[in-house]
Design a protein around this ligand. Structure first.
Ligand SMILES: NC(=O)c1ccc[n+]([C@@H]2O[C@H](COP(=O)([O-])OP(=O)(O)OC[C@H]3O[C@@H](n4cnc5c(N)ncnc54)[C@H](OP(=O)(O)O)[C@@H]3O)[C@@H](O)[C@H]2O)c1
Length: 349
């Protein structure tokens, strides 16, 4: 496989202003890449200010206005690029999403096809697509005692069958589980289609499947996975579910994405998850480190036991931080940005 020479190499990052993508843009710029970042509104100062202040951004970052459903806009950003990092996809912050097929599925699936077709037309040399463990873990047929690896795929028919049983919750006004399932279906179809482009020899393409990413935010508004952590510290919910939480530092995910791009030996799919912790243990850790905040006191047991195996990524040279370092950096960031002083309803608008 061809070596990637990053000296002034032009690459495109979709959804550049998002939580994970901002770290990828930061690392790319610091390594000397020229970055074409796609954003939905380049004039939105609040959303993009953090990108403009990144090291080397003034000379090497150009923002392109496009939506995932706008093929021509995507092609304009991708044309002339050696590599593409497809990271944009809807990640719902609210548990209530009306029309999930339109809001969650279409940008995930049609949006990904648009990006990949533009990559083919522009003769892009390498593509990294960010998928999710949501495309891995919903598989009732995987042996219970075996850690899930890259051969394990979410079964979309199984997701749909659960979706039917969730109709009851929906009628009762609880969209949360339903929303998650549509997200999972979108990520699974988008990733499997992306790997088909590679199998057919149309693109040199790698996928990376991160678990819940936490850690400091570069962007100014909260994202869904950071909210998960913040939510435990606000004292707004006394009872939470006690379940397995596979986690990874957002900076380690960004490093994994760059590694997958730069290492010529990378191939196929990579699970990217470093730690697994039960909710109650996570809350206890937070409480020991930051006793001044209000935490849930009651936990309802959920039996899950998902085990993930990131050995393939580690064999490629991936390293990750201890969970404590991630938690400390995340909470310090919440403190500095004043997020711990506002009600959740104000934070997650
Ligand atoms: N964070 C995690 O725990 C985690 C875990 C596994 C996988 N992932 C994946 O990582 C990627 C980034 O997620 P994130 O956590 O960084 O979430 P995020 O901060 O919400 O970023 C999502 C990005 O996608 C963009 N986007 C959404 N719909 C779009 C559309 N129709 N057209 C153009 N752009 C669109 C958003 O743009 P706007 O800012 O304009 O809305 C935003 O830049 C996603 O593919 C997600 O599935 C994240």
């Amino acid at each position: 496989m061809q070596e990637i020479n990053k000296e002034k190499q032009i690459v495109c990052v979709t959804g550049a202003g998002g939580y994970l993508a901002s770290w990828v843009v930061k690392f790319l710029l610091s390594k000397g890449y020229v970055v074409h970042g796609t954003v939905r509104d380049p004039c939105d100062e609040k959303k993009n200010a953090h990108l403009k202040t990144l090291e080397n951004a003034a000379e090497n970052l150009q923002l392109f206005k496009t939506d995932l459903l706008d093929y021509e806009g995507l092609f304009a950003a991708i044309a002339g690029c050696t590599g593409v990092f497809h990271i944009a996809s809807p990640v719902p912050i609210h548990s209530t999403v009306l029309n999930p097929e339109v809001v969650l599925l279409e940008p995930a699936i049609t949006g990904s096809r648009n990006v990949l077709n533009a990559c083919m037309k522009a003769k892009v040399k390498k593509v990294v697509v960010v998928s999710s463990i949501s495309a891995v873990v919903m598989n009732p047929y995987w042996p219970k005692d075996q850690a899930m690896d890259e051969n394990c795929w979410t079964d979309t028919e199984y997701c749909k069958s659960i979706e039917v049983t969730n109709d009851k919750c929906r009628l009762e006004g609880d969209f949360h589980e339903s929303t998650k399932f549509w997200y999972r279906i979108g990520k699974t179809i988008a990733e499997s289609e992306a790997l088909e482009y590679a199998r057919r020899g149309e693109l040199n393409l790698i996928t990376v499947c991160p678990s819940n990413a936490i850690g400091p935010m570069l962007q100014s508004s909260i994202n869904a996975s950071s909210l998960l952590l913040l939510d435990y510290m606000k004292g707004e919910r006394d009872t939470v579910e006690n379940k397995d939480r596979p986690m990874v530092d957002v900076r380690d995910v960004a490093e994994a994405i760059l590694l997958a791009y730069e290492n010529p030996k990378a191939e196929g799919r990579y699970i990217c998850s470093s730690h697994k912790i039960r909710t109650q243990l996570l809350v206890e850790k937070l409480k020991n480190m930051f006793p001044e905040y209000n935490y849930p006191t009651k936990f309802t047991e959920v039996k899950d036991g998902v085990k993930l195996n990131s050995q393939k990524l580690q064999n490629l040279g991936w390293k990750y931080r201890p969970l404590e370092e991630t938690i400390i950096d995340a909470v310090k960031d919440f403190e500095e940005s004043g997020l711990l002083n506002k009600p959740i309803s104000d934070v997650a608008k």
